[in-house]
Write a protein that binds this ligand. Structure first.
Ligand SMILES: Nc1nc2c(ncn2[C@@H]2O[C@H](COP(=O)(O)OP(=O)(O)OP(=O)(O)O)[C@@H](O)[C@H]2O)c(=O)[nH]1
Ligand SMILES: [Mg+2]
Length: 476
């Protein structure tokens, strides 16, 4: 039988980020109400952290403590010879628990029923007497208390002063946190420190740590795969434009608009999927693709990769292989229209043998068909933006209220040079974009709503390869 969940009360002064911390710990952006004004949480609200389908921790969010000075004074008037916890119990049975100290009574009643408390501190605040009274009241409940110094990313943090005070009250373990932008490892630290306070629950807490680590790796893996698939899809995008389309400016412009819209839809679908992986709302992030692309009007259709692939497909026929090899060599050296036409004619007869890429391109060339694809610069910016988005989501707490915005301007180190980059461009992003060239020959690798699931093993292999490259880029 699964062990009973560890019961933890989240307590502290009003407006210090208790509900926010809980949102982040259970990765539920929709839990409770969060606002800038004090007294937002009025009732105890509970939520479970599930591990392997079972409740591992039951958290209880509580209203903020407000008048600790008056409550501490009142507690001291009760049962002079009793222990502090007996006085707390007497208070909870008495009339004031339903009158002047109704909110505080909810907090203390909850704490007495829990295994431990997480005491949330807004460490931008100086250690005022009212906070010291709060600590004394919590200590009177005779439960392990773990302080969490929230807002510790803030430059005004008084964390050192708080640590000193907490030590004076025998609270030697405390965790620095920021519910909006948690540090890497802060959550792990919190559960490890709870294990120090709750020794008999240590194995259970270690299971939680292991599971959270695994979930975090899994989220990153899933995110990389989504981004890799988007990039492969974007690189594969290709539209053929007939000579009539090319000649008609309005038709050409409309096709270009449509092309951009298709790209935007793919990016939006990927962003939605990423937000779902990280447990955020669909409107929590925005990636702006509109300004990036004018498309790439391909006049040189003889890409080295296409030819290499065709040559591999042809394989056996020596004469054919030689012909394609010749085209590849010339293409790499730069192909003039005249040469292209001549070579196209030279290998045109191969079309009848059923190999797809080169004949189609040559046929297009001869028929005056243009192909619209994405520039490498666009792919570079897209890759940079998605890496940036993944890093932002990875670092984001579920208490964050502001939208993540990834703007194209800051997304790429040097998008303008990407199309004619030299061998000196060896940055991981450039290398990644170079790997995407393999997708350019396979327009059916594009993800459209009807082809979301691809069964092509070569596409899957390229997605995996790109995901590996993203791994090196995206690790915080
Ligand atoms: N930057 C930053 N803002 C935070 C953090 N924690 C909470 N906030 C903000 O602080 C305000 C109060 O947060 P709540 O979570 O409502 O605080 P609370 O302690 O539950 O408040 P009550 O329920 O009223 O006692 C909100 O505006 C939060 O967005 C944090 O770690 N960093
Ligand atoms: Mg609250």
């Amino acid at each position: 039988m699964a062990a009973a969940p560890i019961e933890i009360a989240i307590v502290g002064h009003t407006n210090v980020g208790k509900t926010s911390l809980l949102r982040t710990l259970v990765r539920r952006r929709d839990f409770g109400a969060v606002s800038d004004s004090p007294g937002t949480t009025r009732h105890v609200e509970s939520i479970d952290l599930h591990i392997d389908g079972a409740s591992a921790v039951r958290y209880h969010d509580t209203p903020g403590l407000e008048d600790s000075a008056a409550l501490l004074h009142y507690l001291k008037t009760l049962l002079p010879d009793a222990t502090p916890v007996e006085r707390v119990r007497a208070f909870l049975r008495g009339p004031e628990a339903k009158a002047a100290f109704e909110q505080e009574a909810k907090v203390l009643r909850t704490l007495l029923e829990c295994d431990a408390a997480i005491y949330v501190i807004d460490c931008r605040q100086a250690v005022l007497p009212k906070y010291r009274y709060e600590i004394e009241i919590l200590a009177a409940c005779a439960k392990p208390v773990m302080p969490v110094l929230n807002f510790s990313n803030d430059p005004a943090s008084c964390a050192a002063q708080w640590r000193e005070t907490l030590t004076a009250y025998h609270l030697h373990t405390c965790v620095q946190f920021d519910a909006v932008a948690p540090f890497v490892g802060a959550e792990r630290q919190l559960y490890e420190d709870l294990g120090v306070l709750l020794r008999e629950r240590r194995a259970q807490l270690q299971d939680i740590i292991d599971e959270l680590d695994w979930q975090s790796l899994e989220r990153r893996r899933a995110a990389r795969e989504l981004v890799a698939s988007l990039l492969v899809s974007a690189a594969a995008m290709r539209r053929d434009l007939s000579p009539a389309d090319v000649a008609d400016g309005a038709r050409k412009a409309a096709l270009l608009r449509r092309f951009k819209k298709d790209l935007s839809a793919q990016v939006a679908a990927c962003v939605q999927a990423l937000l779902a992986v990280y447990g955020f709302h669909p409107d929590d992030a925005e990636v702006d693709v509109a300004p990036w692309t004018q498309g790439r009007w391909e006049s040189d259709l003889f890409s080295a990769h296409t030819l290499k692939d065709a040559s591999q497909k042809l394989g056996t026929g020596a004469a054919v292989g030689a012909a394609v090899g010749l085209v590849a060599d010339v293409a790499l050296a730069g192909l003039s229209l005249g040469t292209g036409t001549a070579l196209g004619a030279a290998v045109g007869s191969l079309a009848s043998q059923g190999w797809s890429q080169v004949p189609r391109k040559i046929a297009n060339r001869l028929r005056g068909v243009e192909e619209l694809t994405l520039e490498n610069a666009v792919l570079l910016v897209l890759a940079g933006s998605m890496v940036q988005l993944c890093a932002a989501l990875d670092q984001r707490g579920h208490a964050a209220l502001a939208k993540v915005r990834v703007a194209s301007a800051s997304a790429s180190p040097s998008p303008s040079n990407a199309d004619n980059h030299s061998s000196a461009d060896t940055s991981p992003l450039h290398t990644l974009v170079a790997s995407l060239a393999a997708a350019r020959s396979y327009p059916h690798w594009e993800s459209t709503p009807s082809t979301r699931r691809h069964s092509d093993t070569r596409r899957s292999a390229l997605v995996e390869h790109i995901a590996q490259q993203l791994r090196a880029l995206a690790q915080p």
